[in-house]
Structures are given as C-alpha cells and as structure tokens.
Design a protein around this ligand. Sequence first.
Ligand code: MD3
Ligand code: FE
Length: 203
Amino acid sequence: PKDVFGVGTAVLSGFALSVESELLSSLKGIAERSPFRNMVTPGGFRMSVAMTNCGRYGWVTDRTGYRYDHIDPETRQPWPDMPASFLQLAVASAEAAGFPAFSPDACLINRYEPGARLSLHQDRNERDFSQPIVSVSLGLPAMFLFGGLERVDKTQRIRIVHGDVLVWGGPARLRYHGIAPLRHGEHDLVGSIRYNLTFRNAG
Ligand code: MD3
Ligand code: FE
C-alpha cells in the first residue's frame, strides 16, 4: 500500500470493491434497527453528517460531550451487531497496512448528503491509540483533508472514491483530519450519498 500521507497511513485503492454489495445490504439492515440521525455537538450545533453505529460500542455526541456507548440513545437498545463482512474487511485492511492485531469493537457509519462536511478534528475518544483506525468509503467521492498533530498545521487533500479503504495508525493516529463539503453527484450503486464506515477499537 502507498503511504501517500507519510508514516502510519495507507490508502488501499478499491480494496472494498469486491464486497460492495454485501456491505451495502448489511448497512441497510443496520439502519433499519438503529436509524441515521444528526447528532448535536457539546457546543450545541447539529452535525450535517448523519450517523449510526454497529458493534459493541457506538460513538455518540450530545450536549454533555462525546463518548462511546454500548446503547443507542435513540432506541435505548444495544447497537446492531457488527456484520461478519464488515469485520472481515476491517481486519484484512489493517493487516494489509501492517497492523496484524486489529480487533475493532466499534463501527461508526457516517452518511453524507451533498453539502455535508466534517470539520477538522482529532479522534481521541478511544483508549488504545496503538490500534489503528480503518475507514471504508462508499458512494460519492469526497475530498479528505489531512493535517498534522496541531490544528494550525498545513493540510493535504486527497480525493477518495467508492471502494477505497484508508488505514491510520502509529504516528498518524492523532493527526487532524476532516471532509470538505460533499459535492453533488450520482453514484451508480449508492445514489446521491456518501457513506463512510470507520472501524475502531474503543473499549
Ligand atoms: C486520520 N470520518 O468519523 S474517516 C470520523 O470520512 C471521521 O467520515 C471521516 O473522521 C469520514 O471521525 C474520515 C478517516 C479517518 C478517521 C480517523 C482518523 C482518518 C483519520 C484518525 C486519525 C487520522
Ligand atoms: Fe475522525
């Protein structure tokens, strides 16, 4: 894999393509049980990205802060199980990128409609920063912003497309990152949407 962003990062182009239909049908089942919702940040802003989760832990935000929770606050039920197709892809991706011991227990599913964005942030709600993060993109392409360890550091940008898998670990784990506002478009299989599956070890 090419580490176009430097040490600890890998872009696996098209790595998810062979399982795209399994991923999308599993995703549909998850969203039927724990629907997508636009959560509120501690600062009181409603996020433009809609989210749900599967796996033992789910990432949530509300006025009290960010956290991982075993329970979906909307349904008051545990999050749907992580489908085998999700788990297999995440573990194989991490291994291909040089992280043979990845055991994800959380999968955040982000849904972007045109205009939705994720401003520059760090992922620091997890306990074990030695475990990588695996991200799978489906649907419309996105411009990924990748900064440094400080918010003010210069950002690089790359376009990620349907089927791409990105792996972040080691010294890249705490780098700032975000997604530029999604451009309008139509994807043959997914429509006018981008999904991102983000696998983490949270517990
Ligand atoms: C780089 N999601 O949910 S995934 C997020 O496409 C998030 O929905 C974006 O950032 C999305 O927190 C990007 C790629 C990603 C995730 C975590 C990282 C890149 C990362 C942690 C460190 C460095
Ligand atoms: Fe993030």
